[in-house]
Design a protein around this ligand. Structure first.
Ligand code: NAD
Length: 364
């Protein structure tokens, strides 16, 4: 086999440990010599954030967190950071909270210490997202990559099981999309497959017992790997679709990823047999789609977009916006026709194996 690729690894400190968040946050504030810390945490994350920042002085506590980072919220938070001479952003929360910290860092270059409380993984990527006039824009900027990530599974114990499942499957989507992302290579694929293994161990454990902290630790570990592999491989078909569903139709992020994933796997797997084998092996299954569906059944995972407000009338617009953004090297060439078939199946929760058979028999 001839190995030839260009791979970039992003630089970031990762501090991982149960009941260590407050100590690690204080140590990072000290190490970075921060004088004016801006704490960013949404309304439901305030209690966790208060505990985590017990040992540091906070200059500004910003709690107006809105999913998909509306530009108005970003601008208001940026101004608050400037007005208070903030020199460090500490964000405690899910991807929406991390996203707001990134929006501030993007224009101010203020460093971020991220303390995640979901499995979204935004903390380990240099990807930012902003929403303006119902269009979500994303981009890459190393200024938004948190300098340090502090993982503590105890902080995720309060995340309800259904949200944990959706969020963990969001991580799984990062891993699976990394297998054929535009810059997929053996290194990010290796990280992605380890992420799939960790997530597929952790998810059933916390569904069986929501207080299983070791299971939640596996999910955080998997979430980190998933995000590193995604940041490195780039947005594939799955992310391009979900980005439009979230940004244009305001569908909830994690649930949308959890729902769409088996359809993208069904769409691409037979055009990318090596990737499909790696996914299957990481899931401990003979077939990647059967393995993913078996896991999803155990988890009672979200399974149709109609449950989240998407309608048949939205499909044409979603296809029109998604199509030009799809990476040219997606394993199966994407057309308006086969993308429509994918979204129709995801809308109604049709069996993804039927979509796979339909595409293979059409040669589409
Ligand atoms: P979220 O951050 O919106 O959180 C969902 C809900 O869970 C919120 O109400 C939040 O307050 C609550 N919550 C968070 N942690 C909790 C906890 N431990 N206990 C109880 N409740 C808790 O959702 P998300 O799925 O984490 O993030 C979604 C956002 O992140 C989207 O905007 C998405 O685009 C972005 N994202 C970005 C990247 C990236 O690389 N830039 C990667 C993944 C996600």
């Amino acid at each position: 086999m001839n190995l030839e690729f260009n791979h970039e690894t992003l630089g970031q400190r990762v501090l991982f440990g149960r009941n260590k968040a407050a100590t690690n946050v204080a140590a990072e504030v000290d190490r970075l010599d921060a004088k004016n810390v801006m704490l960013i945490a949404g309304e439901f994350e305030q209690e966790i954030a208060t505990n985590v920042t017990d040992d540091i002085q906070v200059t500004v506590n910003y709690s107006n967190v809105v999913m998909h980072v509306p530009i108005e919220v970003a601008n208001d938070a940026r101004q608050a950071a400037i007005d208070n001479s903030v020199d460090l952003l500490v964000c405690v929360g899910g991807g929406s909270t991390t996203g707001l910290a990134k929006a501030i860092a993007m224009t101010t270059n203020i460093p971020i210490v991220a303390v995640p409380t979901t499995y979204a993984g935004s903390e380990a990527t240099n990807v930012w997202g902003l929403t303006e006039a119902a269009r979500k824009t994303t981009g890459i900027d190393n200024a938004v990559l948190p300098v340090t990530v502090i993982y503590d599974a105890e902080l995720t114990m309060s995340l309800p099981v259904d949200m944990s499942v959706a969020s963990g499957l969001n991580g799984m989507a990062h891993c699976i999309d990394s297998m054929w992302g535009p810059r997929a290579d053996p290194i990010n694929q290796a990280l992605g497959t380890e992420g799939i293994s960790a997530l597929s161990d952790g998810l059933p454990a916390i569904v069986a017992d929501a207080s299983d902290v070791a299971g939640r630790e596996q999910l955080l570990y998997g979430a980190y790997l998933s995000a590193v592999s995604f940041a490195s491989a780039g947005s594939g078909l799955h992310h391009k679709i979900c980005h439009v569903l979230g940004g244009t139709f305001d569908l909830p992020h994690a649930q949308t990823h959890a729902t769409v994933l088996p359809y993208v796997l069904a769409f691409n797997m037979d055009a990318a047999p090596d990737a499909a084998n790696k996914i299957a092996k990481a899931l401990g299954a003979h077939d990647a789609l059967a393995g993913l569906q078996s896991l999803r059944n155990t988890l009672n995972a979200p399974h149709r977009l109609s449950d989240y407000g998407f309608t048949a009338e939205n499909i044409a617009e979603a296809v029109e916006i998604t199509l030009p953004a799809v990476p040219h090297n997606n394993p199966r060439p994407v057309t308006a026709e086969n993308l429509t078939a994918l979204l129709e199946a995801a809308l109604t929760g049709a069996h993804p194996a039927d979509l796979r058979n339909q595409l293979n028999s059409n040669g589409a």
